[in-house]
Design a protein around this ligand. Sequence first.
Ligand code: SER
Length: 318
Amino acid sequence: MTKETVLVIGSCGQLGTELVEALRGIYGDAQVVASDIRKSDNPVFEAGPFEELDVLDEAKLKSLIERYKPSQVYHLAALLSATAEKNPDFGWKLNMEGLFHVLNAARDMGIIKKVYWPSSIAAFGPNTSRFDTPQFGAMDPTTIYGISKLSGELYAQYYFNRWGVDTRSLRYPGLIGYKSAPGGGTTDYAVSIYHDALTTGHHECFLGEGTILPMLYMPDALKATLDIMHAPADQIKIRSSYNLAGMSFGPEEIAASIAKQVPDFSISDHPDYRQAIANSWPAVIDDSRAREDWGWKPDYDLDRMTQDMLENLKPLYS
Ligand code: SER
């Protein structure tokens, strides 16, 4: 086992919780430092070091880096699309200043060798081609979250080109998993629908029928994240952020997939402000560059994910 130390910032969110567990499996419990503004009660955080960190507190961030000397940082702390629309000033501040603090620490301290920072399908906008959305093309995000992601991509690329900071990034679709809850996203319905299937048997969706969005099952998201971070630097040819895709569906299609296993399951819709956000995003992403450059390939389609989600959630409700 390598003795590298890894710091995860924003570790108590939907992705961070599972990523900390996966990283501890690779590097060892003691080598993965989890941090977030406050600790969640998920037992994964008891297995190794946890530090309270508000990434806006640059001095504290630097002192943790001095203390633990992480060679890799995964910086996940952000407000997601729906929450950032409710508080755009803070969404911009957290998403951008947090990233600057991490990038500057990587550039200036001589400790961090690689930085992972997620972008999103939200970096695209209404003038992007919605189907087979290309890696390079029109990007005119209309949400503050999307604007912060597109700006962050360009900053990450700039730090790589100008100062050689080894930045790596993926444009995540909606992430679906059973181990941790999402918070504040436009794609979150695709997680709660599974919980509803096993409890009330009915889901009222905040997105309307026909709202096709790109989605990815968590094991695939973890695989992509670890693969891009572990790939040799010369395979990472895009330093803004890679398109990444798993599957695409609308609410009625995920409902149909669930109904194959939960026969009385039903869905209705009551679209809210998140519908406009979803309408500005791509439906189907072309991720051929990730496939070509570092061998990306997802394992899960919709039905396989549904089966796995339901199987793993059932014990929670029985
Ligand atoms: N899942 C995210 C959101 O809905 C997209 O990156 O905000």
